[in-house]
Design a protein. Structure first.
Length: 590
């Protein structure tokens, strides 16, 4: 790696000298490596920590990694390894976190040593560093030494370390930690219970029945999912279908669908489908179709006429399983609500209906098709790689104009490249055509960064919560304040709710495709995504806008990738009650 580092250092740019360490972290500029190396060896602790953070960001460049990118990443790892012995624990934590982003098998020794650090923050960072290396495919799996360390960390005396260790094995089956996770599910810390239950689900191991009565709704929902993964449906009590949390009831519907036991679960699911809210009833419609097939036609027919878009969308998704599913979905593409229509098209595209290509071709060629519909059609075309859709993709590229067109054009570009990959005989023609469509280069809007402390209060249908804005993300905070002052969020909805992960809303289209007519440059900071962190959704680098999401549980895989611009300071329990379609009644500055 010494040669790689030397090659990078010769590109030092004096023009970058005036930028802060945080700006360098966001820029991911290879020419900054020499400066960051010097800062990492400096006297000021905050500078060393930020330099370490900036070096880690080279492992998260949001494009396919080129040879040059890989060389810079290797150089960053080489600089970070000796800094893992820094005398300050805060610096060591950041160094270890960054090694998880840029490192690989060669850096494992440094991380194994960090897992025994006297500081619990460093030990927790080591657990997540192992996770990040696997997430980023720096390593194919955990080595025996790493699995052993994670096992020890999962039993650490500090709960902050334990939940991170449990999280590190919650995404992939890890049989070597089965016994440890079985013990961890009884932990006093709910985060440990949550991620250990998820880990057991990956292993197909049923958790303790006691978790079905846990005080935390996400632990209960995860326990239901784990029982289903273990095919232990007979041990699920009927009472979970009446759980006070919509998240648990939705998980119960999913479990019933997986069981195939219509005799036992059919009546429970049908009752749930007619219940209150949207999250659980929507999932119950899908479960009912899986359990009863055409016998669920009457219920689904009624649901497809429901005034709530979320219920209609789920009803069309469920209708895929009916014998007349293709025809029903084709009709659903004409639903007046683009959110429903796009779900019908997505379900149709995933089916074996003979009208799929025709339907996709029509949507792609129709300039009046909504962004949601066209975006769905483009994704489906990319998945299929069908040459029959090549002309329609080109036509769609030519007519993509107006708000949201930039994101759509980039999706079409990727679909065309995927078509070329799957059909090499016309790759040259596609590459030639793409030269006629310049890459989307809309510049992010500049707001004067917010410097004064500010809090926002959001009143929803389920209650009120508030959050403080973070000065480290001053531009995002300023943009949000400006929108709040204009009443922009009043009456908008929460269009996405994912159990134990996030709630997302603030989109004027209510679908995830909307924006306020401008985009923001990422403001990545060292703030982690924990429960209650407010972040900015995006569709790629520097594409943030007016939407927001709030983490319902720790989400370390978002750290360093998305902009956190707020922290909930009251009403956090309100977020647990939100369901798709719930409204933001009013947002105001406190």
């Amino acid at each position: 790696m010494v040669l790689l580092l030397s090659a990078v250092l010769i590109f030092a740019s004096p023009a970058s000298a005036g930028r802060s360490l945080l700006e360098r972290a966001r820029a991911q500029d290879p020419e900054d490596v020499p400066f960051l190396r010097e800062a990492l060896a400096g006297a000021r602790v905050p500078d060393r920590a930020q330099a370490a953070f900036a070096l880690g960001q080279y492992g998260l460049i949001e494009v396919d990694e080129s040879a040059k990118d890989a060389a810079v990443r290797f150089a960053a790892a080489e600089v970070l390894v000796p800094a893992a012995m820094d005398p300050d624990p805060g610096v060591r934590r950041q160094v270890v976190e960054s090694l998880g982003k840029v490192g690989g098998k060669d850096e494992e020794i440094a991380l194994l040593a960090a897992a025994t650090d006297i500081d619990p923050g460093v030990r927790g960072a080591a657990a997540l560093a192992f996770f990040r290396m696997r997430l980023l495919k720096r390593i194919p799996e955990y080595s025996t030494a790493t699995a052993t360390k994670l096992s020890i960390l999962a039993s650490d005396s500090d709960a902050e370390v334990r939940w991170r260790a449990a999280y590190a094995v919650s995404r992939w089956p890890e049989p070597r930690l089965t016994q440890v996770m079985t013990l961890a599910q009884r932990d006093a810390d709910l985060r440990v219970r949550l991620f250990s239950a998820r880990s057991l689900g990956k292993l197909g191991v049923a958790p303790d029945v006691a978790l079905l009565s846990d005080t935390d709704p996400y632990v209960r929902a995860e326990a239901v999912a784990s029982f289903s993964s273990a095919k232990a449906w007979e041990r699920l009590p009927d009472k979970i279908f009446g759980d006070p949390s919509a998240h648990v009831r939705a998980a119960a519907a999913d479990a019933a669908a997986a069981s195939g036991d219509g005799a036992r679960f059919g009546p429970l699911v049908e009752k749930l489908a007619g219940g209150v809210g949207t999250l659980a009833p929507g999932r119950a419609l899908i479960a009912l179709a899986k359990l009863r097939g055409d016998s669920a036609s009457e219920v689904l027919s009624k649901a497809r006429r429901d005034p709530r878009w979320w219920i209609r969308a789920r009803a069309f998704e469920a209708s895929t399983l009916l014998s007349m599913g293709g025809q029903i979905l084709r009709e659903g593409v004409a639903d007046p609500d683009p959110r429903v229509a796009s779900q019908a098209l997505e379900s149709l595209a995933a089916s074996s209906s003979p009208v799929v290509v025709e339907a996709l071709d029509h949507v792609l060629r129709d300039p009046k098709s909504s962004l949601e519909l066209r975006g769905t059609a483009v994704d489906a075309a990319a998945e299929r790689g069908d040459l029959k859709l090549y002309p329609a993709l080109l036509e769609s590229m030519k007519t993509a104009k107006g708000t949201g067109a930039g994101e759509l054009r980039e999706s079409i570009r990727k679909a065309l490249l995927e078509t070329a990959r799957k059909n090499p005989e016309i790759s040259g023609s596609i590459q030639k055509e793409l030269k006629n469509f310049p890459v989307f280069t809309d510049k992010p809007k500049r707001f004067r960064p917010l410097k004064e402390p500010a809090s926002v209060e959001m009143e929803t249908e389920k209650g009120t919560f508030s959050f403080e804005l973070l000065p480290e993300a001053g531009v995002h905070s300023a943009a949000f304040v400006e929108s709040v002052k204009k009443g922009f969020y009043d009456g908008l909805t929460w269009h996405r709710v994912v159990t134990g992960f996030v709630v997302q809303g603030g989109d004027p289209r209510g679908s995830g495709w909307g924006d306020a007519g401008w985009r923001l440059a990422d403001e990545i900071t060292q703030q982690p995504f924990l429960r209650g962190t407010v972040g900015m959704p995006k569709a790629g680098k520097d594409t943030g806008g007016c939407q927001l999401f709030v983490s319902l549980a720790p989400a370390p895989h978002l750290d360093g990738r998305y902009t956190p611009f707020g922290l909930v300071n009251s009403g956090l329990d309100v977020l647990d009650l939100l369901e798709p379609g719930d409204k933001i009644l009013r947002a105001r500055l406190k």
